[in-house]
Design a protein around this ligand. Structure first.
Ligand code: AMP
Length: 172
């Protein structure tokens, strides 16, 4: 594993008992660690023809915005309900317990825009999948998805049915 992965911190029983939380804040706080983590996320897309990076609230904003700068394209946020000020498109999706909703500005991406969708951690994959669907509803083309950390033991990849590649900078 590359050195920046040593900066990832496991927090047991957060935010509730039984969850092993992957805390990325020590990676972000370290200049070298952050640079190498973003470089690892950028590597698969350096030669891709890309129009924007889409990041999912909230830690997907930090990584997605840094990645957009690294790749020389713009950044588009996918947010929790009620946060975006202009006209939005929204998508309801199922969680392990209950439902949630994601929103994107309806005019954020032109039809046919080629994008990657970014989040920090892939757990069950539900959040990233919903963000991909929302972006596609808007008429953009998802050429790939990326996360800093994939929780491989949750096997989200086994049910990942999107044609575009899913890249994880580190898998646990
Ligand atoms: P999921 O939809 O199950 O793939 O969950 C992904 C979202 O929840 C991401 O936005 C993560 O930030 C967060 N998340 C879920 N599980 C964890 C975990 N064990 N450690 C850190 N973040 C997590």
């Amino acid at each position: 594993m590359p050195a920046w992965t040593d900066l990832l911190r496991d927090i047991a029983d957060f935010p509730k008992p039984g969850i092993l939380f992957k805390d990325i804040t020590p990676v972000l706080a370290d200049a070298n660690g952050f640079a190498h983590a973003v470089a690892a996320m950028a590597a698969p897309w350096r030669d891709a023809s890309l129009d924007a990076v889409v990041g999912v609230e909230a830690r997907g904003f930090i990584l997605g915005a840094a990645l957009a700068r690294e790749l020389g394209v713009g950044f588009v946020p996918v947010r929790k309900p009620g946060k975006l000020p202009a006209h939005t498109l929204s998508l309801d999706y199922g969680l392990e317990y209950g439902r949630d909703r994601l929103e994107i500005h309806a005019d954020a991406l032109p039809t046919g825009a080629r994008v990657i969708v970014i989040d920090d951690v892939l757990a069950t994959g539900g959040t990233l999948k919903a963000a991909v669907q929302l972006v596609e509803q808007q008429g953009a083309i998802v050429i790939g998805t990326g996360v800093l950390v994939e929780l491989g033991f949750l096997a989200a990849r086994a049910t990942w049915d999107h044609a575009a590649p899913l890249h994880a900078a580190a898998i646990y």
